[in-house]
Design a protein. Structure first.
Length: 151
């Protein structure tokens, strides 16, 4: 399942970016709803445009984290499905953005909710994957909310 999550995430990300690139002009913004536009940009940095034009750094970090994630995956018990799938989402998203960086030196972004920087499906997968990892790690650490400890 882990490798299927990685592959599905990567393919959905790359297909969505290919569709945007073939149907839109760079810089074009199409209103879909008052709070959401499809806006085609090329992001030279990381999330929120941080560290713009540091492509070699991003490539090196992506490869190192990918190898590290595979090592960690091998140590995760099979019953920890959310942990494994969260890691799969992170890796699939990282591979999607890595493919863009290798191909263009930048990342294709297009999801624009108007209140924060434009992003893509790979970024969303990474965010959701990290949330799943944090959730599972907090759950395993015995962390309880105040409500849980009162009950």
């Amino acid at each position: 399942m882990f490798f299927a999550v990685i592959l599905a995430t990567f393919l959905m990300d790359q297909a969505s970016k290919a569709a945007v690139q073939s149907l839109m002009f760079l810089g074009e913004s199409i209103p879909v709803a008052p709070f959401f536009h499809l806006t085609y940009i090329m992001n030279p940095g990381a999330a929120f445009g941080l560290l713009a034009y540091k492509t070699p750094l991003f490539i090196a970090v992506s490869v190192l984290l990918g190898v590290g994630a595979l090592v960690v995956y091998r140590k995760i018990p099979a019953e920890k499905v959310l942990l494994r799938n969260g890691l799969g989402l992170v890796l699939g998203g990282a591979l999607g953005n890595l493919a863009d960086r290798l191909r263009y030196g930048k990342v294709v972004d297009f999801l624009d909710f108007r209140v924060w920087p434009v992003f893509n499906l790979a970024d969303a997968a990474i965010f959701i994957g990290v949330c799943l990892l944090i959730w599972e790690l907090l759950k395993d650490s015995g962390w309880k909310s105040e409500k849980d400890s009162v009950d």
